[in-house]
Design a protein around this ligand. Structure first.
Ligand SMILES: NC(=O)c1ccc[n+]([C@@H]2O[C@H](COP(=O)([O-])OP(=O)(O)OC[C@H]3O[C@@H](n4cnc5c(N)ncnc54)[C@H](O)[C@@H]3O)[C@@H](O)[C@H]2O)c1
Length: 432
């Protein structure tokens, strides 16, 4: 039976490699679409949690995992040899940057090496990890074809970028349109048929390179626009204009404007990282991505600007950062999530610590923090425990759980990097 027929009849066995923010919801969605799904991860704790019907990702409900596990449709393993029984596999492993801002492809290559070992006729492989244009054709295809099997004839290969937006209640894996580009038309056809079973809208494009570039355009668009409003915030501060009021008023234009907001800097696994995958690759063709570099510089300077605002706030009371008690509200990279990857709050805490501040923090999603290579270990305290000895509070992440109305009255100084105290007019509040 062909893979397409197996997909139509839901008898195709699906594999998902990397059970993180992207892979776990995808595995659950394929399972709910009626397939038998096996998740693969090198992290035994995640494998055990999934098999026990527990969730470790905020957007995935434990009961949804448990229902599929109990029905015998979903399981996880660290044993990669199970790949030989899989008909279609998705790669959802990390794609970080090296310190030099070069792509770190080691996770993708490690996953592909495992697949190559067990690649068999009729198998479909889809890369979902965000990466530079050309990865599927230049890295994966040669590894798989070295087995003697030919793409488009013996096996299928495609790229489909993940668009998951953690904590977004409206758009989830199922109702976020999914772009797919196959190596050959046959690859596109099979991959599109598979995703159409689990995703409401599938958007086929003509090549893996286009699909790879789509994702990088989306994330570069955000990085550059955030860079623009962050520069506007720096400019407005010098000119003594309220940048938040400017953006809110501009946002009333019903066409041709889309509001982006300044903040303490970029965080998360995508926006601060992905554009550099593109600039790295473009440089190989002799092209310098100036917008990406500029946005990176401006966004990267924001934590220092927040520290400057703290310094200015303390200065109004003839205090210095050195020796002051500074309490940080929110250390996750965005509202209502526990993900701290690349969070600007971590930079802010380190900058404050190096300047001699005594830093404490509250984050209901992040119980402990290890910073400065293990030299600075902090434990989140309850909001009500942040005591009267605090000199300055800083809102780094605007979690819904914080009692914003009470904050200006409880601390002598407040620096608000998110405009979380938008409707509160108090003299001790310093906005970005
Ligand atoms: N998190 C997001 O919001 C998001 C959104 C869109 C795209 N992406 C992209 O999706 C990819 C995955 O991101 P994520 O946030 O899900 O990462 P993650 O770190 O949450 O999950 C990745 C998982 O892969 C596992 N893993 C690593 N190497 C492995 C290997 N060789 N074999 C099996 N498992 C392995 C890790 O243990 C981890 O559980 C990245 O390329 C990322 O840029 C992420």
């Amino acid at each position: 039976m062909s893979l397409k027929e197996k997909i139509e009849q839901r008898t195709a066995r699906i594999g998902v490699i990397g059970l993180g923010y992207v892979g776990l919801p995808l595995a659950v969605e394929f399972s709910r679409a009626g397939f038998d799904v096996t998740g693969f991860d090198v992290d035994a704790a995640k494998v055990d949690a999934l098999n026990a019907g527990r969730s470790y990702i905020g957007d995935v409900k434990a009961e949804d995992i448990a229902a599929q596990v109990m029905a015998g449709k979903l399981r996880a393993t660290t044993d990669m040899s199970t790949l030989k029984q899989i008909d279609a596999v998705d790669i959802c492993v990390p794609t970080p940057l090296r310190k030099t801002k070069d792509p770190d492809m080691s996770f993708v290559v490690a996953a592909a090496e495992q697949i190559a070992k067990y690649l068999h006729p009729g198998m479909l492989v889809v890369l979902e990890s965000t990466t530079y244009p050309g990865t599927t054709a230049e890295v994966l295809q040669p590894m798989f074809e070295a087995t003697g099997l030919k793409v488009g004839h013996d096996f299928y290969l495609a790229f489909s970028p993940e668009r998951v937006d953690p904590a977004n209640e409206k758009f989830t894996t199922r109702n976020t349109p999914k772009v797919i580009g196959g190596t050959t038309p046959a690859c596109s056809e099979v991959a599109t048929a598979l995703y159409a079973t689990a995703i409401d809208t599938v958007v086929p494009v003509t090549s893996t390179q286009v699909a790879e570039m789509v994702k990088l355009l989306e994330n570069t668009f955000r990085a550059v626009n955030i860079g623009l409003v962050n520069e506007l915030a720096l400019m407005c501060h010098r000119m003594n204009i309220n940048v938040w009021e400017v953006i809110e008023a501009a946002g009333t234009k019903p066409f041709g404007f889309m509001p982006f907001y300044p903040g303490p800097g970029l965080g998360g696994h995508c926006i601060p990282i992905d554009p550099f995958y593109l600039s790295w690759k473009a440089r190989q063709s002799g092209f310098e991505c100036r917008f990406i570099e500029l946005a990176g510089q401006i966004n990267g300077s924001m934590p220092l600007f927040v520290v400057e605002r703290i310094s200015e706030a303390l200065n109004t009371r003839k205090q210095a950062i050195n020796g002051s008690r500074v309490h940080v509200f929110g250390v996750a990279y965005k509202k209502d999530v526990s993900d701290m990857r690349e969070s600007p709050a971590l930079d802010i805490i380190e900058l404050l610590h190096r300047r001699g501040a005594l830093v404490s923090y509250t984050d209901p999603y992040v119980p402990t923090l290890e910073l400065e290579h293990g030299q600075l270990n902090l434990t989140s305290i309850a909001e009500c425990e942040a005591g009267p000895d605090i000199d300055c509070a800083v809102i780094c992440t605007n979690h819904t759980a914080f009692n914003y109305k009470a904050i200006p009255g409880r601390f002598p100084l407040v620096v608000d990097s998110r405009n979380a105290l938008k409707n509160i007019d108090a003299e001790n509040v310093f906005r970005l």
